[in-house]
Design a binder for this molecule. Structure first.
Ligand code: GS8
Length: 219
């Protein structure tokens, strides 16, 4: 069977979300680099794969998927018997809780943390000055989301329960970069969030993918 093809870049947050999942599942895949800086993602051949011209894209035979969380869900379901069970496929209630916390990451966590990472790490690379007002407003929002995480993680080891799942995995890319920012204390000052982050970021799949997450070192 031809290996899956993941189009993306090792330093891209959304690509790494898919990469960590592929490593957790122990699935063979090929990473096909996309020259974002040269605009390859806006060329017709790439837009045919993702009409938004963004990475990552997964190809599995004649199936083409975009949206990193849809990619992880597909991989976790297709290979449910292999590697880490990321979706609790044998327990309807646990599987439903995984979906709840997947939504929380996507709807609450990511909208707060991504502008901070963007302003601090990406803007300077593009010759722009980070907008402190944007950072400040989103630090406040992120603090409120992390208060919810702190409360949840004081009663269970991971977000959806006492098991690691996609709900935890999806937080990896932005938290990884955020922890290299001056505001890592937002995580470190919340003991349960800190312990959870130390736990999930020490998983072999995370450590392997983190080796390629170098763009914050260019600062
Ligand atoms: C977002 C993809 C995205 O923003 C997902 O897959 O989760 N909701 C989508 N991709 C960025 C790189 S993120 O590291 C991208 O491709 N940017 C280039 C562009 O928008 O032109």
């Amino acid at each position: 069977m031809a290996p899956l093809k993941l189009h993306g870049l090792p330093m891209s947050t959304c690509t790494t979300r898919a990469l960590v999942c592929l490593h957790e599942k122990g699935v063979d895949f090929e990473l096909v680099p996309v020259d974002l800086f040269g605009g390859e993602n806006k060329q017709p051949s790439f837009v045919a794969k993702n009409p938004f011209g963004q990475i990552p894209v997964l190809e599995d035979g004649d199936l083409t998927l975009f949206e990193s969380r849809a990619i992880t869900s597909y991989v976790a379901e297709k290979f449910k018997e292999k590697g880490t069970d990321l979706i609790r496929h044998q327990n309807l209630k646990e599987a439903a809780l995984v979906k709840v916390w997947i939504e929380v990451e996507s709807q609450n966590f990511q909208p707060a943390i991504s502008p901070i990472v963007y302003e601090f790490f990406v803007s300077p690379l593009m010759g722009k000055t980070p907008e402190q007002a944007v950072v400040d407003a989103n630090l406040e929002k992120l603090g409120k989301v992390l208060d919810v995480y702190e409360s949840k993680l004081s009663s269970s080891k991971y977000l959806a329960g006492d098991f690691f799942s996609l709900a935890d995995l999806h937080n990896f890319p932005y938290t990884y970069y955020f922890m290299k920012s001056p505001w890592a204390s937002l995580v470190n000052d919340r003991p349960h969030v800190k312990a959870w982050w130390e736990d999930i970021s020490s998983r072999p799949a995370f450590k392997k993918v983190a080796e390629g997450m170098t763009f914050c070192e260019k600062k």
